[in-house]
Design a protein around this ligand. Structure first.
Ligand SMILES: [Cu+2]
Length: 669
């Protein structure tokens, strides 16, 4: 047998347990062989993305038990769907890029499309671009002269950051696969380079020609000198000695079960996935209701995030990073450490991503799964019957952490005993820095002498492929109003809710309205609760500002998804990324604007919610030199999904001695 045949046999012999299981190392290898056999892997071809091409939803739902459960046994339901991988390939000598889908099952390339970078955008940044960008600027005479003019003659001490370029309609830029490079001084090996930005200089690098094609040298600002090396005892001071241990133990083990990627806990069931671009993906989230598995969400993920910076300086106006579409957040996932990143009884899942060469790389302990005490679930001391009851809340936590340049992001999904789902992103790491020009500067906070941290936004997009009690769903916008004094409300205390059905895609680009406590309720148009009301889950937004870049700006077109807090679209398997498939240097208009262009009916349809969240971040001095976690996210709560509080059956804690209810007739006043 040839190598190819052996690998393919291996990949076939060990079929994934389920069609939504993440691609495995042997599958990446087998896929690479198929690409090579099709002549698509020349010596200069690199993988800018490589991952599972998920099977169509209807194929999964046609499986046994609606495709839920740990195993998808072929023969008992539909057949195992075709197993496919998708690769974004780039020839780093010619720049030619292709979007390729291959079938492991059929052992062939299914489709291969060459990108037109002017209209399609470009493939994401490669791993090799980090070292390459530095090598290129270090060798460039103009850039070296700009550094030398600032007294920086030893370029080995200057770190270069390959920053995505955006798209500003400049022909000389659009024609190139390029990054813009800002520089930071790292005088000692362990120095924190971000503390020493060489502001006022930007090098524009053509990654294909491997040269700097322009140096912007506009402002002469001193390089801030104070060390930000928070590992250095001189900088951080002595460690405090007053923290006593907190141990988290579960002597009988956790209450969840994990079978492959299938997770069950306290009535919840779901499948955990992982993708190099999106990171954690959750599938087929259901709730058990008296033995019935009731679907809630078919697929949940955060497929995009953009971090636009608000400093209009000529050397930095273009700073806006699409961390998922341009850098791939999943690819940079951390290996998590027990007792350090996660506390308690932890189950880990590894993640496999591919390197530039398409070789699989396993990130051990990339996904952390555990159970947490979360304070009080419910509590009441009754003044009439004397009952004093208290129950503790718990949540199941599924999380991963990723490092994208200076920032670190933790993505946490929480599932609670009462049916609540929460998504929380933890933002930490090191602020992006600039030189601080002096008092009254509007666009940055001074965080160390002469060091600025520009204001920016973090705008995440959650893609929630909803499935409340089935695929026929709709969204109502719920506002709460105080009513004017008048007939029927003589004392002016009346308050009421209005529910407005978002019937078409064109009506469903919505913003939060905290003054009305605005919520979006996703209802089943087929199932009702005991009151005859549709079963539903409600989305609670946090209502931070949407994209603040000016309408008409390049970013406004490129990050159109972020101009509203909510979009609702009819499900389409091709609609995966809210800023489009190829975000890097894309001129704008891709993603959400094209998804809603057909203005589909979304009342009683298979629908997807796209929810924008995340803070406008004007840094505080306390966020330097490393930032304590800031949080953002959203919550989904059952709203008439159950007929009453679903947690009456939660027992009191073993160390809890609730007062016995008073005997009938004892009640006093
Ligand atoms: Cu920030």
């Amino acid at each position: 047998m040839t190598d190819t045949a052996t690998r393919l046999a291996e990949a076939r012999g060990s079929l994934p347990a389920h069609p939504l299981d993440p691609a495995r190392p042997e599958e990446y290898l087998a896929g690479r062989e198929i690409l090579a056999a099709a002549g698509l892997l020349g010596h200069a071809v690199r993988f800018a993305y490589y991952g599972l091409e998920e099977p169509p939803k209807e194929h999964v739902l046609a499986g046994p038990d609606g495709g839920t459960g740990p195993h998808f046994a072929p023969g008992t339901g539909g057949p195992m769907p075709d197993r496919r991988l998708r690769a974004f390939l780039i020839d780093v000598v010619t720049g030619e890029s292709a979007d390729v889908v291959l079938s492991l099952t059929q052992r062939k390339v299914i489709s291969s499309r060459t990108l037109d970078p002017l209209t399609d955008g470009r493939v994401p940044i490669l791993n090799q671009d980090f070292a390459l960008a530095e090598e290129i600027v270090h060798a460039d005479p103009d850039w070296r002269a700009a550094m030398a003019r600032r007294g920086l003659t030893d370029v080995s001490k200057i770190r270069a950051c390959p920053l995505t370029a955006g798209s500003y309609g400049v022909a000389d830029e659009q024609a190139r696969r390029m990054v813009r490079v800002l520089a930071f001084v790292q005088a000692r090996e362990h120095d924190l380079a971000w503390a020493h930005p060489v502001d006022g200089v930007a090098a524009y690098v053509d990654l294909i020609e491997r040269r700097v094609f322009k140096v912007i040298d506009e402002l002469d600002l001193p390089v801030p000198r104070e060390s930000g090396d928070y590992d250095d005892p001189e900088v951080r001071g002595p460690l405090r000695t007053t923290l006593r241990p907190i141990e988290i133990t579960q002597p009988e083990g956790p209450s969840f079960t994990l079978d492959g990627n299938w997770l069950e806990w306290q009535g919840w069931s779901l499948r955990v996935g992982f993708d190099a671009r999106e990171g954690l993906t959750l599938h087929q989230i259901s709730l058990d209701d008296q033995g019935r598995r009731r679907p809630v969400i078919y697929r949940a993920s955060i497929p995009e995030m953009v971090v636009p910076y608000g400093d209009p300086a000529p050397t930095r106006y273009w700073q806006n990073y699409f961390d998922a579409g341009e850098y791939l957040v999943g690819k940079w996932a951390n290996s998590l450490e027990l007792g350090c990143d996660c506390l308690g009884e932890i189950a880990y899942l590894d993640a496999t991503v591919a390197g530039d060469d398409g070789e699989p790389r396993t990130i051990s302990n990339a996904i952390c799964i555990h159970e947490e005490d979360f304070g009080i679930l419910w509590k009441h001391t009754d003044i009439f019957n004397g009952s004093a009851q208290s129950r503790r809340q718990r949540r199941l936590v599924i999380s991963f952490f990723t490092t994208v340049g200076n920032y670190d992001y933790g993505f946490y999904w929480y599932f609670y005993l009462d049916g609540t789902i929460e998504c929380e992103v933890k933002l930490t790491g090191v602020l992006f820095t600039s030189a601080y020009p002096g008092d009254g500067f509007r666009y940055a906070t001074q965080v160390a002498p002469g060091l600025g941290a520009p204001g920016h936004q973090h705008l995440f997009s959650a893609r929630l492929d909803m499935m409340i009690d089935g695929q026929a769903n709709a969204v109502d916008e719920i506002d709460t109003h105080g009513l004017p004094v008048g007939p029927g409300n003589p004392h002016g205390n009346a308050l009421a809710q209005t529910a407005t059905r978002l019937s078409r895609e064109s009506q469903a680009g919505r913003r939060a309205a905290p003054e009305h406590g605005r919520l979006w309720r996703v209802v089943s148009t087929e199932r009702a609760n005991r009151f005859g009301q549709p079963t539903a889950f409600t989305l609670y937004p946090e209502a931070a500002p949407t994209l603040l870049a000016a309408p008409g700006s390049s970013l406004y077109r490129r990050a159109a998804f972020a101009t509203n807090h909510l979009w609702v679209t009819r499900y389409d398997p091709a609609h995966r990324y809210p800023a489009g498939d190829f975000v890097n240097q894309h001129p704008g208009g891709a993603g959400i604007p094209t998804f809603v262009a057909g203005d589909h009916d979304i009342d009683g349809a298979d629908i997807v919610l796209w929810h924008t969240f995340g803070p406008a971040h004007f840094p505080r001095p306390e966020e330097w030199p490393v930032m304590p976690v800031a949080r953002c996210g959203f919550t989904l709560k059952p709203a008439g999904f159950f007929d009453r509080n679903p947690t009456l059956d939660v027992p009191p804690g073993t160390r809890c001695h609730p007062a016995a209810p008073a005997a009938p007739g004892d009640g006093g006043h």
